[in-house]
Design a protein. Structure first.
Length: 551
């Protein structure tokens, strides 16, 4: 029946684009989107968490619209461009199946109007597949150069592009003996050099975070949650396709390898940490293509209709919910989707003209830009932890609030703040702090050695003040060293910072802290160094973790 319908892919792309533009105009920013909007306030070749594409596209939209539409419009268009090249990879009878799959595929719809770095990446994967098919057919310098250019677009969107390229190579090992393919790799590498240089200048902060900072201990629930969410977010109509699809040529083989490789890789990743549901988005375009080919080759459309129709209806309801909160529910146990302007207004009423400082854990990097977007007032987020920082630390926003009166917000009442429940339903504690001081972005270098005279240990610290103002310590702050043995037991040494004279602007101070041998029995330890603040319970980690062996 579907094959009898006269289908125009260009009309469908226009329809889907208009649908998404309406959607993004009436949907409030989500927390992640606010953070990516913050990227766009200062264009750069890289950001703490991601390559620069998400910030660049958001910046372009802001040139035309000062609203949610401006944040998202160019991301929507990248999806539309991706669809244009997707349909070029399909026969006429396959296109209508692809269109129905797109309308019924939850993850594809979600990232087409809620922006992630994955949004541009999905559009780029369609470009890569289009370029790769041409490369296979022609195998010459022009197609190699174009393929390399498409690789670079994907890399600038998100690092998961490396997986996409790897699975293509894995599906066609002969590429490693193809001289033109190396032209593609060289082209992509040259175009990606500005970002790699940014990483070098910033001590490879993004790579360190993704490779080290995101790891956690094994939890079976992460694996089971991954399996469950992927079935729901990909949809019953196509989730099984990569497992049963039989490719008939080299190009189709790459589709199968990309989809299966993605699922397998992130299934194993879930054994060492939480996997976000949208991380498998690099498999979407291959799944859509394989799904269209699979269903268009079947004699009956009944299975296809049964598996797609409910999802199309459900996604329509979800789209309406995002725009108009039709259920009157403001929390999906993961994120708030409505009433952010009221939340920002409530905080602004409390803060008045003072800067707002969010010490709210991982959500702080989203709370601060969300508040700024909807209030047009200054805010920053503090990240005192060992691994996870944010773009606020890269830009040293913390420096601008020193010695000022600030409104301090946290979600647990560690600092004896005043409890407020916003009209959004979100609770927080707040307090005004005069002459605010914090040191979470001050770098401390260290060396552990034995004192030959006292036969004790000495930890020599170099405190680096990059700020244009002096570091002024008080009795409210302490400097600590945490020694952790192999069993996870922690011993702490600390000193009052008031004992240290002020550190002048853009200068360093070297101090030594003695550690008695009895304090550290023979064992292997790792240690970190940081500051504590009695007023705010703000305990920061300011050094890299080092490993020592005490004999």
């Amino acid at each position: 029946m579907l094959q009898k319908i006269k289908f125009n892919s260009l009309y469908f792309i226009v329809f889907f684009t208009i649908l998404n533009l309406i959607q993004v105009s009436f949907t409030e920013l989500t927390s992640d989107e606010a953070y990516y909007w913050f990227y766009s306030l200062k264009l750069d070749w890289g950001y703490y968490d991601h390559p620069p594409m998400v910030g660049f596209l958001t910046y372009l939209g802001g040139l035309f619209f000062n609203s949610e539409l401006g944040v998202r419009v160019f991301h929507v268009l990248t999806i539309s461009v991706g669809l244009f090249f997707l349909f070029k990879l399909l026969s006429e009878k396959e296109k209508i199946y692809a269109a129905v799959i797109i309308l019924a595929l939850p993850l594809f719809n979600y990232i087409s109007f809620i922006i992630f770095p994955d949004t541009a990446l999905v559009g780029a994967t369609a470009l890569i597949l289009y370029g790769y098919k041409n490369f296979i057919d022609k195998n010459n310098i022009p197609t190699a150069l174009l393929l390399g250019f498409y690789f670079s677009i994907a890399l600038y969107s998100k690092y998961h592009a490396v997986l996409f390229i790897f699975f293509i190579v894995l599906s066609n090992i002969k590429l490693l003996t193809n001289k033109y393919f190396y032209i593609s790799i060289l082209t992509a590498s040259i175009l990606f050099l500005p970002h790699l240089y940014w990483q070098y200048v910033h001590d490879f902060v993004t790579f360190k975070y993704h490779l080290i900072g995101r790891s956690s201990s094994f939890k079976l629930k992460f694996f089971t949650e991954f399996l469950g969410t992927q079935i729901g977010i990909i949809g019953l109509a196509v989730i099984f396709i990569p497992f049963i699809y039989k490719p008939v040529n080299t190009f189709e083989k790459s589709l199968k390898y990309i989809a299966l490789g993605t699922f397998v890789f992130f299934a194993f990743s879930s054994l060492r940490g939480y996997v976000h549901l949208h991380w498998t988005s690099i498999a979407l375009i291959p799944i859509i293509i394989m799904g269209a080919k699979f269903y268009s080759s079947r004699k009956s459309n009944k299975l296809f209709t049964y598996l797609t129709t409910p999802f199309i209806g459900l996604l329509l309801i979800i789209r309406l919910y995002f725009m108009f909160n039709i259920f009157g529910v403001n929390n999906l146990n993961v994120d708030y989707y409505h009433e952010h302007p009221l939340w920002a207004e409530d905080i602004n009423t409390i803060a008045d003209t003072t800067p707002v400082v969010f010490n709210t854990g991982n959500s702080g990097l989203r709370d601060a830009p969300m508040y700024t977007f909807y209030s047009n007032k200054f805010a920053t987020a503090l990240f005192p932890g060992e691994h996870k920082k944010s773009q606020y630390q890269v830009l040293n926003y913390e420096d601008s609030i020193q010695n000022k009166t600030i409104t301090y917000i946290e979600y647990n009442n560690k600092s004896n703040g005043t409890l407020v429940k916003s009209r959004m339903g979100k609770k927080f504690y707040h307090q005004k702090i005069e002459n605010f001081k914090s040191f979470t972005n001050i770098i401390i270098e260290s060396e552990f050695k034995q004192d030959p005279q006292q036969e004790n240990f000495l930890v020599t610290l170099k405190i680096k003040n990059h700020r244009n103002n002096a570091l002024i310590f008080s009795k409210e702050q302490k400097l600590y060293i945490n020694f952790e043995d192999e069993k996870g037991f922690i011993k702490q040494k600390s000193i009052n910072l008031s004992e240290i004279t002020n550190i002048k602007p853009t200068s360093e101070r070297v101090i030594s802290i003695p550690v008695e041998k009895e304090f550290l029995p023979t064992n292997t330890y790792s240690y970190i160094i940081g500051f504590t603040n009695k007023l705010t319970s703000l305990n920061s980690v300011n050094s890299e973790r080092k490993k020592i062996m005490v004999k």
